[in-house]
Design a protein around this ligand. Structure first.
Ligand code: GSH
Length: 210
């Protein structure tokens, strides 16, 4: 069995998808239709009982989930591609960014996108949506303020950049004026988009560049 990658277009699964393409590994992309609830079906739950993409099925059948973990695994199994630093502090910085993306930024968008999941039945979800939108904007602004004007988040390209890329794209979905509000972040995203691996992943997801 070869690698199988379970993704859904434009979801957070775009980040590891970029990284798989960076590695050059042979894999089978498997599209999961989130809008139709395929993630809650028996077949997908057997792979990931948490009903989320991304999921990476390894050669031996084991399934790895969580964007951060999948990207770290792909980087570590392809050291020649230099997708994560080896210096301990620089490596910790990569994990710092990825953990922040997954745990500090992503949840705000989830609340904006699916506010009904965060209120009890029959309660107005709009205040959750509004608060999440403001928190998401503030989170992107904070990231923007920390990014360098040139190069990538850690200087050289790393998995952290693929992760960061997705959340700026979602800022567009949230209706933010990306160029005006997050100029450094847009610069980083454009540099990520110049990479052929990003372009291949975008094509598979059916997404235009920013
Ligand atoms: N902590 C997980 C979150 C994964 C996640 O929330 N995936 C979303 C797409 S971005 C999903 O599959 N949602 C389906 C659902 O909740 O029904 C990660 O970082 O990979």
């Amino acid at each position: 069995m070869s690698l199988r990658y379970f993704y859904s277009p434009a979801s957070c699964s775009l980040a590891p998808h970029i990284v798989i393409e960076e590695t050059g590994a042979a894999y089978e992309p498997v599209r999961v239709n989130l809008a139709e609830g395929e993630q809650y079906g028996e077949a997908f739950r057997a792979l990931n009982p948490r009903s989320k993409v991304p999921a990476l099925q390894l050669d031996d059948g084991q399934v790895l989930t969580e964007t951060h973990a999948i990207m770290a695994y792909l980087a570590d199994t392809h050291p020649e591609k230099r997708l994560i630093p080896t210096d301990p502090l620089a490596r910790a910085r990569a994990h710092e960014w990825m953990n922040h993306c997954a745990a500090g930024v992503h949840p705000h968008f989830t609340r904006f996108f699916r506010p009904e999941r965060f209120v009890t039945e029959g309660t107005d979800a709009q205040p959750v949506k509004d608060a999440a939108l403001a928190a998401y904007h503030a989170a992107l602004k904070e990231v923007d303020g920390r990014l360098p004007a040139e190069g990538f988040a850690l200087g050289d390209y790393s998995v952290a950049d693929a992760h960061l890329y997705v959340f700026l794209r979602w800022g567009g979905r949230a209706g933010f004026d990306l160029e005006k509000d997050f100029p450094r972040y847009v610069g980083l995203a454009r540099r990520v988009q110049e990479r052929p691996a990003t372009q291949r992943a975008l094509e598979i997801h059916g997404l235009p560049p920013l």
